[in-house]
Design a protein around this ligand. Structure first.
Ligand SMILES: Nc1nc2c(c(=O)[nH]1)N[C@H]1C(S)=C(S)[C@@H](COP(=O)(O)OP(=O)(O)OC[C@H]3O[C@@H](n4cnc5c(N)ncnc54)[C@H](O)[C@@H]3O)O[C@H]1N2
Ligand code: MOO
Length: 406
C-alpha cells in the first residue's frame, strides 16, 4: 500500500497547468497571476513629500538660516512649482511633488508659522533628503514587480492597481464537481428520518476549494448503481477539471465507485493509502477528461484527504505554464506536540490540532479530541493537522512533527 508521500507524488504528476484568462482586477482576488506585472514608472514616480511642513534648501538651513519666508504652497495633486529664491521656503503637503530648489522637509511640528514666515525650531540635519521619499527609491520603471505564479492577495492587488493593470491574466479557475453519494443522505433543508442524516461533506469541500479560487458545482447521487452510472457519466463528460466524490469507496456492498469508475474509463492510479483517517482513498484520471478523487465518506477522512491531496492538486494546476508546479504546494512546517499520543497501527496518522505559539516562538500543536473519523464536530477549531509517521507507536509531548496549516 502507498505511503502518503508516494500518493501525493502520483496526484501531483497528473497536474497540468490550466490555461490563462483575463479578468477585471476587481474579480482577481485569490487568483494566480499568469503574467509578469512590471513597474510602468519609477516608484515613487517623483520626489514625494513624506511629511506635511515646509521644504527648504538644506544648504541655507545648514548655513545657519532659521527663518524663511513662504513663497507658495505645494499641494498633493498639483503640478510642481520650483522654489525660485533659496532663502525662502515652500509649504508642502504629504504626497506633493517636492519643489525643485528644495531638498529637505521640516515638519509643521518643528516650526512656528507666523505672518507668512516659518521659524525652524530644530537643528539642521547633517544631510539633505530628510522627510522625502525619493524617486525610484522603491523600484525603477521596467522592474518586474509580480511574477507568474503569484497568488493575488490584498497587497498584490494594490501593486497591480498602481501599475494600471485594470485587467490581469490569471490561470483559469479550476472547475470542480463535488459529488456526494449515499442513500442515507438528505438535503440540508430536509428533516432526516431516523435512519438518515443531512449531507455535510459537500459543503466543507465547496468551502475548501473555493478558498483556492476553484469554481465548484455540487451534485448528489444515490447508491443505486444505475443512477450512479448515469449521473457519473454526465458529470465525467461535463468539462470539469476535477471530480471529487465523497463516500462509496470502501468495501461495503453499496461501495460501487471503484468498479464503476473503471467501467467509465477512469484509470485507477491508486486505491488505498497507508493512513488514518482516509485509508480507502481512491484516485484516478480519465484520458482527455478530469482527474477523479474518491474521498472516503467519513467526514474527518473526507476533510483531511481533501486538504492533503485534492487541495495541493488544485494549487498545482493553477501554476501557469513554466512556473514550477511544486512551488505551489507548501511543505509542512514542524510543530511541537503538547501531549503524548499513542498510535500503534503501522499507518501514517493525521491528527487535527490547534496551533499556538509559545513565548520562544515555537509552534505548539494541541490535538483536538477526535471521537473517530465520523466525528465531524472534532474539526471545529482545528487550525492544522499533524502528519505522524507509522513509527514510533508513542509520540512524546515536546517532540516535533510535520504539520499542515489549514
Ligand atoms: N470492511 C471495511 N469497512 C470499512 C473500511 C475497511 O477498510 N473495511 N474502511 C472504513 C473507513 S477507514 C472509512 S473512512 C469508511 C469509508 O467508507 P466510504 O468511503 O465507502 O464511505 P461511506 O460508506 O459511503 O460513508 C462513510 C460514512 O460517512 C458518512 N457520509 C458519507 N458521505 C457523507 C456526506 N456527504 N455528508 C455527511 N456524511 C457522509 C456516511 O453516512 C457514513 O456514515 O469506510 C469504513 N468501512
Ligand atoms: O480511515 Mo477511515 O478514513 O478511518 O475513517
Amino acid at each position: 500500500m502507498l505511503s502518503p508521500a508516494e500518493a501525493i507524488a502520483l496526484v501531483l504528476a497528473t497536474a497540468r497547468p490550466l490555461p490563462p484568462e483575463t479578468v477585471p482586477l476587481l474579480h482577481a482576488a485569490g487568483r494566480v497571476l499568469a503574467e509578469t506585472l512590471t513597474a510602468d514608472r519609477d516608484f515613487p514616480p517623483f520626489n514625494r513629500v513624506a511629511m506635511d511642513g515646509i521644504a527648504v534648501a538644506h544648504a541655507a538651513w545648514a548655513g545657519g538660516q532659521t527663518e524663511f519666508e513662504i513663497q507658495h504652497a505645494q499641494y498633493a495633486g498639483a503640478p510642481s512649482r520650483p522654489l525660485l529664491d533659496p532663502s525662502k521656503a515652500v509649504e508642502v503637503m504629504t504626497g506633493a511633488v517636492l519643489p525643485a530648489g528644495t531638498d529637505v522637509v521640516v515638519r509643521y511640528e518643528d516650526i512656528l508659522l507666523h505672518d507668512n514666515r516659518a521659524r525652524i525650531q530644530i537643528a539642521a540635519p547633517e544631510t539633505s533628503g530628510v522627510n522625502i521619499h525619493h524617486q525610484a527609491a522603491d523600484r525603477r520603471a521596467g522592474d518586474a514587480l509580480l511574477t507568474p505564479g503569484t497568488r493575488l492577495g490584498p497587497a498584490e492587488l494594490a501593486v497591480a492597481a498602481t501599475v494600471g493593470a485594470a485587467e490581469v491574466a490569471v490561470t483559469r479557475a479550476a472547475r470542480v464537481a463535488v459529488v456526494s453519494t449515499g442513500d442515507e443522505l438528505v438535503g440540508i433543508q430536509e428533516t432526516p428520518l431516523p435512519h438518515q442524516i443531512r449531507r455535510s461533506n459537500a459543503y466543507a469541500l465547496q468551502a475548501l476549494f473555493t478558498q483556492d479560487g476553484a469554481a465548484v458545482s455540487l451534485f448528489h447521487l444515490s447508491d443505486a448503481l444505475d443512477e450512479l452510472r448515469d449521473g457519473l457519466t454526465k458529470i465525467l463528460g461535463a468539462g470539469f477539471d476535477a471530480v471529487v466524490l465523497s463516500g462509496a469507496v470502501s468495501k461495503g456492498r453499496a461501495d460501487h465507485l471503484p468498479g464503476l469508475l473503471r467501467e467509465l474509463h477512469v484509470r485507477e492510479i491508486f486505491h488505498e493509502v497507508q493512513q488514518r483517517p482516509g485509508k480507502p482513498l481512491w484516485f484516478g484520471a480519465r484520458e482527455g477528461g478530469p482527474v477523479v478523487f474518491g474521498l472516503p465518506g467519513n467526514p474527518v477522512s473526507t476533510f483531511i484527504t481533501a486538504c492533503r491531496y485534492a487541495r495541493p492538486w488544485l494549487r498545482a494546476v493553477q501554476q501557469p505554464e513554466g512556473a514550477p508546479a511544486v512551488a505551489a504546494v507548501e511543505t509542512p512546517a514542524p510543530a511541537v506536540l503538547t501531549v503524548d499520543i499513542n498510535f500503534k497501527p503501522q499507518l501514517t496518522h493525521f491528527v487535527p490540532v490547534r496551533l499556538t505559539v509559545d513565548t520562544e516562538g515555537r509552534r505548539l500543536a494541541t490535538p483536538l479530541r477526535v471521537g473517530g473519523s465520523g466525528d465531524m464536530l472534532s474539526l471545529v477549531g482545528a487550525t492544522a493537522f499533524l502528519e505522524l509517521p507509522p513509527e514510533p507507536a508513542v509520540f512524546l509531548a515536546g517532540s516535533a512533527w510535520p504539520c499542515w496549516v489549514l
